[in-house]
Write a protein that binds this ligand. Structure first.
Ligand code: MTE
Ligand code: MO
Length: 201
């Protein structure tokens, strides 16, 4: 795991909106990647929804950009204890992709996978209801490769390891299937407000 972090000033731990055990990283945005940053261009990128759906669907860059845009403005929280306030991501709501594919009634969970092979699992209810995005812009600019560009999953109400960079697809399942970090001791859901960091928390 390649961890890069630089602190601009003293970490703040007293800020409203800060989940327990977190500090405010200020303007810093640490990069945390288990993989080498892939050389992935928009032309190489695609996003797929399959598994327990009526119509497995794939979108290339242009098809995804033809969908109605959606913005997230708020905070993000990494399990390594930094939080970042007031970020702005642009992309498309995951609801738009899921609705097009038509989840079957038996679908309860999902595994998101990246073009690099990274995986992470989520309950389907955490990916619906306007709480998850496929994001390709940050602060009005293209998402940079080290932060998951061309596009990443964004699930900001959960710890940031759920927000798979270089997102390739979401597979709907009728059971929970641990992803990369979840197989390595991290919590299956990862709610920062309940400090669900590790298995058993
Ligand atoms: N593909 C992929 N996605 C990933 C990761 C990763 O290692 N690989 N790390 C996760 C973790 S632990 C965090 S905190 C965030 C980090 O995103 P950032 O590097 O843009 O801050 O990405 C998440 N998504
Ligand atoms: Mo993280």
């Amino acid at each position: 795991m390649n961890v890069t972090r630089g602190f601009s000033g003293r970490p703040r731990v007293d800020r409203p909106g800060l989940p327990p055990g977190q500090y405010d990283a200020g303007d810093d945005w640490p990069v945390l990647s288990a993989e080498v940053t892939p050389d992935l261009t928009p032309a190489d990128w695609s996003f797929r929804v399959d598994g327990l759906v009526e119509r497995p669907r794939s979108w290339d860059w242009d098809a995804a950009h033809a969908l109605s845009p959606s913005v997230y403005e708020g905070d993000i929280h990494c399990v390594t204890s930094w939080s970042k306030f007031g970020v702005r991501f642009g992309g498309v709501s995951l609801d738009t992709f899921l609705t097009a594919a038509g989840p079957l009634p038996s679908a309860t969970h999902a595994v998101a996978w990246s073009h690099t092979g990274y995986t992470t699992n989520l309950p389907l209810t955490d990916l619906t209801g306007g709480r998850a995005w496929i994001a390709w812009e940050f602060d009005g600019k293209p998402l940079t490769p080290e932060h998951g560009g061309p596009a990443r999953l964004l699930v900001p109400h959960l710890y940031f390891w759920k927000s798979a960079k270089w997102i390739a697809g979401v597979r709907l399942l009728d059971h929970d299937e641990p992803g990369f970090w979840e197989q390595n001791g991290y919590h299956k859901r990862g709610n920062p407000w309940e400090e669900q960091r590790f298995t058993g928390d």
